[in-house]
Ligand binder design. Structure first.
Ligand code: GDP
Ligand code: MG
Length: 798
């Protein structure tokens, strides 16, 4: 009996909840658990939803949802009382209600132990052999495709369970192209087996896993029978079964269905999955189809999700993928829903977008993505004993070079170096042009306005602020131009693979590497690039450590200080600073990955084939990042720039020198106020003001200190070495070497800059993270600078 058919006032006991994973999960969370009693509060024939009472709570379920719940009704229990031997043996003096309750529980338990298991797999993977050996029946076992034309059922008892095994026709895929494929699909969705056994031919694993990826989309309870395991072993291939299971989100059991090896373990696992007795055994994963397709899938899925009746039947993700593929059967299913027209409209748009960006139809792009997923999963788990076949495809040939154990790292580093070189060298030109234009524009506007604070606000606050945002735009776009090429060509996936093992050592992921390296250029695009990391934990930790990667904005400060204070070996000082950043990043990663909530189960790193990226896609991705930078960053950065300007400008001291104005402005006051805090580091208040200005952008540290030391400059003229700048000379005369070292350390580590701060907020979605990280970096900076100062004092006493 199903729950939807119970009348008002009736009670029943739950046998099982059918349907796809996320639907079942929701119902179970509501309390619809096997063995629990449920009572119908109100079920009017035409009324939806129906109201139930379960574990003392009232909940409503839609009729469609209630159809997926199998129950034992009182009537059925009564019947069992008169027929079931076990129940007839109940003591005679039991009260009627007690007797009925026991009957209900007994029948529910018994039915719960009847499970339907469907065998799904490619032709010739050994399904029928498995079926025969498990159920003891003797179907014809043949070594050619198409022997099984329709489903066969067999029954057998296993550890107290009555298992109904269904041998479905062999299919390579679950598209609706052939009658077999459609048949299997209908069976999985309508007859709803409790557990699907995906039989996979281990000697031909790559092709077989394609079907598996489609089962993953359907989000059914699946166990993989890795059949013909004897052949895999015979060939000498190695497969990390446990890891493969992790990556695919389902348990994998090696079997040899010709002689029955592994079959008991397989059904043990089937029962564990059915009872969900071990949550670690399976997890819900998504086959990642790449950013663009995923965007389309999400969009369609959201529309489908709006229809609650559809939702209770099918995984909406599965429907969205199939609909995007123009699957006729799914189109029919979805044609009747009220959302049909908006769905169709969305698909037309998404199809055009995918065609434009990827140069193919969504359907073939999805197939490619699934194979990329399989390649990635196998690259991590599967080792061929020997290359049986010569490398043939272009992808194989390129891979032989770029992932070669000796060449991989050098090639990778050269590519990175080139990208940085291009970003900063080529980027310098448009940067200078923008700088020039902004300055000229500022002058022009300044000449049009009357003197006063409004003019200063517009020229020095707003226009200079906008300028400081704009100058980075070329860098960001050039960087992303190359990143897009690396990504779309398929190289990035390899790069992530190459460094993956290394990154795992610090609790991160291969995909974290690129953003980290980008951090040396500019933290902002680096943090934006973390978006490609699926794992939330890896992503947060990566974001958190990027600020320790010394960005180009900090370089001038180090150059200035290293030149002034360590003239004999400035390069060593510089290198030391960069290394310190890296070491602290690694340490922080190690520490933080302990604290961030762990969702960091391994996931597949897709390995798509190499292809020439389309110009459209590259342009789109590049522009997308540029736009994001302008849109999301600009407003906030501008706001903070104006704020910093304001703090330095007020209160006014007309007629005084700029240095005097700075000293007696709010920022100067704050600098002086925090002087005691930074005194243990050996900093004077001028340095503190420089640091405060650096909050806006690290570039401002030098210019601000230049202003602050303007008076001292004259005093100390000629004191420094010949090639020292005036600021260097002034610093050398007033700042002890140990304090200078501490200052470099502090600049390296403390609060990244406004733009980075905003980027962190945008990418994590929370101010909380940005603020937390700001505090964390300041704390680390202080502690390290303190240590540097104290150690420095031993080497260079004052
Ligand atoms: P189906 O098409 O998936 O139903 O596959 P069959 O059960 O008809 O098996 C196809 C062929 O594979 C038969 O010749 C079987 O004897 C053989 N076979 C099945 N399982 C295994 C196995 O585990 N190891 C080996 N070596 N051969 C197997
Ligand atoms: Mg068969």
């Amino acid at each position: 009996m199903i729950l939807a058919d119970l009348a008002t006032g009736e009670k029943a006991v739950i046998v099982r909840v059918n349907g796809h994973g996320s639907f079942r999960k929701r119902l179970i969370e509501m309390g619809f658990i096997q063995g629990k009693e449920v009572k119908v509060v109100l079920n009017a024939p035409l009324k939806d939803p129906i109201e139930y009472e379960i574990i003392g709570y009232k909940v409503s379920l839609r009729r469609e949802e209630a159809r997926n719940i199998e129950v034992v009704s009182v009537e059925e229990a009564r019947e069992a009382l008169s027929t079931d031997e076990h129940l007839q043996a109940l003591p005679g003096d039991l009260e009627e209600t007690e007797r009925l309750d026991r009957a209900l529980a007994h029948v529910a338990e018994e039915r719960h132990h009847n499970i339907r298991v469907a065998l799904v797999g490619n032709p010739n993977c050994g399904k029928t052999s498995l079926f025969n050996i498990a159920s003891g029946s003797h179907e014809h076992v043949g070594n050619y495709s198409g022997v099984t034309v329709d489903a066969k059922e067999g029954h057998f008892k296993f550890k107290g369970y009555d298992i109904t095994l269904v041998d479905l026709p062999g299919t390579y895929s679950l598209s609706a192209y052939s009658p077999e494929e459609l048949y299997v699909r209908k069976n999985l969705l309508d007859a709803m087996p409790d557990v699907v056994v995906n039989v996979v031919d281990a000697s031909n694993i790559e092709r077989n896993l394609y079907l598996t990826t489609q089962l993953i989309d359907m989000n059914l309870r699946t166990v993989m029978a890795l059949n013909m395991y004897d052949e895999l072993q015979h060939k000498g291939d190695k497969l990390d079964i446990k890891q493969l299971g992790y990556l695919l989100g389902m348990p994998v059991c090696p079997t040899v269905s010709r002689d029955g090896q592994g079959i008991p373990e397989l059904f043990d696992t089937v029962i564990k999955i059915y009872e969900q007795s071990n949550p670690k055994l399976a997890r819900h994963i998504h086959v990642n189809h790449g950013a663009e397709l995923e965007k389309s899938i999400k969009r369609l899925q959201m529309i489908i999700y709006g229809n609650k009746d559809i939702y209770s039947h099918y995984s909406t993700r599965y429907l969205a993928i199939k609909y995007l593929e123009r699957d006729k059967d799914v189109e029919k299913t979805l044609s009747g829903i009220p959302e049909a027209s908006s769905l169709q409209e969305a698909r037309t748009e998404e199809e055009a977008r995918i065609r434009e960006l990827l140069g193919t139809s969504p359907e073939s792009a999805i197939v490619d993505a699934k194979y990329a997923f399989i390649q990635g999963a196998l690259a991590e788990t599967y080792e061929r004993y020997q290359e049986e076949r010569p490398r043939r495809t272009l992808t194989d040939k390129i891979d032989a070079i770029v992932t070669n154990q000796w060449l991989a790292f050098p090639i990778f580093l050269v590519l990175l170096w080139f990208i940085f070189w291009a970003t900063f060298t080529i980027g310098q030109y448009p940067m200078d042009w923008i700088d020039w234009c902004v300055a000229k524009f500022g002058d022009w506007v300044g000449s049009m306005m009357a003197d006063g604070w409004v003019k200063d606000l517009v020229v020095d606050g707003v226009i200079a602020g906008v300028g400081s945002v704009l100058v980075f735009l070329p860098n960001i776009m050039i960087l992303y131009f190359f990143i897009s090429i690396m990504e779309d060509s398929g190289y990035m996936a390899r790069a992530a693979f190459i460094v993956d093992k290394l990154m795992h050592k610090i609790g991160l992921h291969g995909k974290s590497f690129i953003p980290m390296v980008m951090g040396f250029g500019c933290n902002v695009p680096a943090i934006m690039a973390t978006r490609s990391i699926e794992s939330r934990k890896s992503r947060l930790v990566t974001i958190a450590i990027i600020p320790f990667m010394s960005c180009a904005g900090r370089l001038p400060i180090f150059v200035l200080f290293a030149g002034a204070f360590f003239p004999s070996n400035p390069a060593t000082a510089l290198l030391g600073i960069y290394l310190l950043g890296i070491v602290l990043a690694i340490l922080s990663a190690l520490v933080l990955s302990k604290f961030v909530k762990d969702d960091d189960l391994p996931f597949v790193m897709e390995l798509p084939p190499y292809r020439v990226p389309t110009g459209k896609a590259i342009w789109r991705h590049t522009w997308e990042k540029g736009r994001q930078y302008l849109e999301k960053m600009a407003t906030t950065i501008l706001l903070f720039s104006v704020l910093i300007w304001f703090l330095g400008y007020f209160p006014r001291h007309e007629g005084q020198s700029t240095a005097y104005q700075q000293e007696h402005s709010y920022i100067g006051m704050v600098g002086k106020a925090i002087e005691p805090v930074n005194e243990p580091l050996g900093f004077n208040w001028k340095m503190d003001v420089g640091l405060l200005a650096g909050v806006g952008a690290k570039e401002l540290v030098i210019s601000t200190m230049g202003v602050m030391y303007a008076q001292d400059r004259e005093e100390y003229e000629g004191l420094g070495d010949e090639d020292d700048t005036q600021l260097q000379a002034a610093l050398k005369a007033t700042v002890p070497t140990a304090a200078a070292l501490a200052f470099m350390v502090f600049v390296l580590l403390y609060f990244p800059c406004i733009a980075t701060f905003v980027a962190i907020k945008n990418e994590t979605g929370k101010w909380r993270w940005a603020i937390l990280l700001a505090l964390y970096t300041i704390l680390v900076a202080w502690v390290c600078a303190f240590a540097a100062y104290r150690i420095g004092l031993l080497v260079w006493p004052i």
